[in-house]
Design a protein around this ligand. Structure first.
Ligand code: ADP
Length: 607
């Protein structure tokens, strides 16, 4: 065979169609590769045996006509054995030796049918999608008309007649703002498409619809713009809900922000997520300083944070996930004491997983202060009543004791004149006399406590009074190795006071200070003016006052000086009574082992 013959055979083998040749005796002379793959190699066999596995010619056979009339035939057949449809073309062929053959081409229709079916299926799908899509779908021309739209788009824009809708001028009848279409076209032509493009369209009745457009440019084969196609989502409802949600959110935000109490929210690691104005005021940090930057442990302490979380998770303090009341007391960095009540609860997500903790802190500092002041006032009232009763009793006792005591003193003085100084008994007599004098002194104190001298108040310069008094103490202080430091304001102002009473007050304070420093130390007296008050600070470096005693020292008859007759426990209660009577105040600060300071405040009068 010539080369060209081989090339033709190769080409025939490469075809996707079956080709075979039979002679006038129905014997197969040639089969191409495709034919052999389907029916097996049947060269030399009867064609009906190869194609239809039958001894008889196939029922559709046109060989006779082809050979007789020398005509071509086309028809379709279904070969049951392989379950395929073929389109068949028979051609008569005249051979060089005068014989004739028939060339048949088998075109497999199964592929084509499957493709057609597939095409129809996707077309149907597309049509169904177009018709039933929940959102609007359209194609439009470049010049501003809809070419096709689905029913959903008609509903969105309130039309029921598609013809009417297709005749609309898009810029004029559909866009709320006609220039918005120009902007849309610019955007879409620049990028080839837009996603979630927000625009306001107009309903048939003129009302606004908030539209979300996702669309593409349609091009022809020459890459010229034909128009646009896209999806339209009506987001009016979504926007309304969004608006309502935003309003609700804003409302909640305002409630939280305006709450006078501190409201805070923390993530599971304690990082602060919410911090309202109340929290800013209570804790002193601004929201921008703490949100996302600080942890709640830095606000109070790690120990408190751990305890609070433990209590929230337990069942006993308001149920799991809740803590109804926790007395929160801690010292802030600036030394200020925070005192209040904390309530907290855990926030869970829809799967009941913990997501955050929200806490509310009520600052009770002011309330507790008022309560404390009220308690103190009540206590002082009680104290005054007690004092009054005690005063009456003391005054009676003092009176009763006064006369016999002076009788004893006189007798002792008389006896002293009769016993010579060298006599041993004289010393005993002196001792008895000095103790009796101390008793007399004590009686005097008791009397001044119960029935203070009703001296007229007059303008008084405190610096002079203190100078005079300190001069009297100078010797005693030196003997007791106590250094004296004095710092007096140059202009102490004027107070209206009873000189005797104030003298008594400072004598008591200096005596107590000296008693507190048996091994020496320092006594400091400072006068100053603070606002409308004159302040006198008397400090010592003595033994200090025990914490458990500090509340009681102004009580009458409270004394820790048990070892001698020196302590009657009336000194400070006399001071308190006198200072209060002057419209002033006396307070104490003390640290055990370090020392004590008494601050006396007296109201100044205009000069
Ligand atoms: P008395 O001096 O008779 O004990 P006070 O009323 O003057 O009575 O004082 C009551 C108590 O207060 C004292 O017993 C002492 O415990 C305490 N006190 C007062 N002043 C001081 C001070 N400067 N340092 C230490 N303790 C003091």
């Amino acid at each position: 065979m010539a080369d060209s013959t081989f090339r033709i055979m190769d080409a025939m083998d490469a075809l996707d169609d079956g080709i075979y040749v039979v002679n006038e005796n129905f014997s197969v002379e040639y089969m191409n590769k495709y034919m052999k793959e389907i029916f097996g190699d049947g060269i030399g066999k009867k064609c009906h045996l190869v194609i239809n596995s039958s001894d008889e010619p196939c029922p559709w056979c046109k060989n006779h006509k082809v050979f007789k009339n020398n005509e071509s035939w086309s028809y379709e057949i279904f070969i049951e054995s392989i379950g395929r449809n073929f389109s068949v073309v028979d051609h008569p062929v005249s051979n060089r030796d005068g014989t004739r053959s028939k060339l048949t081409i088998y075109k497999d229709l199964s592929h084509e049918l499957a493709q057609k079916a597939q095409l129809k299926f996707s077309e149907d799908n597309y049509k169904r999608l177009f018709a039933h899509a929940g959102c609007g779908v359209f194609t439009s021309s470049k010049y501003g008309r809809f070419l096709d739209v689905n029913p959903a788009l008609l509903i969105i824009l309130g039309y029921d007649n598609k013809e009417e809708f297709l005749s609309l001028d898009l810029a004029r009848d559909v866009y709320m703002n006609p220039t918005a279409r120009k902007h849309y076209m610019e955007a879409i032509e620049k990028e080839g498409g837009v996603i979630d493009y927000e625009v306001e369209w107009k309903k048939k009745d003129g009302s606004i619809v908030d539209i979300l457009l996702t669309s593409n440019v349609r091009y022809n084969t020459k890459n010229q713009i034909l128009g646009y196609e896209g999806i339209v989502v009506d987001q009016t409802q979504r926007k309304t809900i969004e608006n309502q949600l935003r309003k609700a959110h804003d409302f909640l935000d305002k409630i939280i922000a305006c709450s006078p109490n501190a409201i805070m929210a923390m993530d599971l690691k304690g990082k602060i997520m919410l911090w309202n104005i109340g929290a800013e005021e209570a804790f002193g940090w601004k929201a921008f300083e703490v949100i996302g930057k600080m942890s709640i442990q830095e606000v109070y302490s790690r120990e408190i944070a751990i305890e609070v979380m433990k209590m929230i998770r337990a069942d006993d303090f308001g149920g799991k996930g809740r803590l109804n009341s926790y007395p929160l007391k801690f010292e802030k960095g600036n030394g200020e004491i925070m005192d209040g009540n904390l309530s907290a609860s855990i926030l869970y997500d829809e799967n009941n997983v913990e997501i955050a903790t929200v806490a509310l802190f009520v600052d009770l500092k002011d309330r507790l202060k008022v309560e404390r002041q009220l308690g103190e006032a009540r206590q002082h009232l009680l104290q005054s009543e007690k004092l009054a009763a005690m005063g009456r009793l003391t005054s009676q006792i003092a009176h009763e004791l006064n006369n016999p005591l002076f009788g004893i003193m006189n007798t002792l003085e008389l006896m002293k004149t009769e016993i010579s100084p060298q006599n041993k008994r004289r010393r005993l007599l002196d001792m008895s006399l000095s103790e009796t004098m101390r008793l007399a002194d004590m009686l005097k104190k008791m009397l001044s406590f119960s029935k203070p001298d009703q001296e007229e108040k007059a303008k008084l310069d405190i610096n002079t009074l203190l100078d005079e008094l300190l001069m009297l103490y100078e010797k005693r202080l030196k003997e007791n190795s106590i250094k004296l430091k004095v710092s007096m304001t140059e202009n102490p102002g004027i107070i209206l006071a009873s000189k005797d009473q104030l003298r008594q007050v400072f004598i008591n304070l200096f005596s107590n200070a000296m008693d507190a420093m048996p091994d020496g130390g320092a006594l400091e007296v400072i006068t100053s003016v603070a606002g409308s008050n004159l302040q006198i600070l008397v400090s010592d470096t003595g033994m200090g006052i025990k914490t458990e005693h500090i509340e009681k020292i102004f009580d009458s008859f409270f004394t820790t000086k048990t070892e001698s007759i020196k302590g009657v426990g009336l000194g400070l209660s006399v001071c308190y009574g006198f200072i209060k009577e002057h419209g002033g105040d006396i307070s104490v600060r003390s640290k055990e082992g370090k020392g004590t300071s008494f601050l006396v405040q007296l109201p100044l009068i205009a000069e």
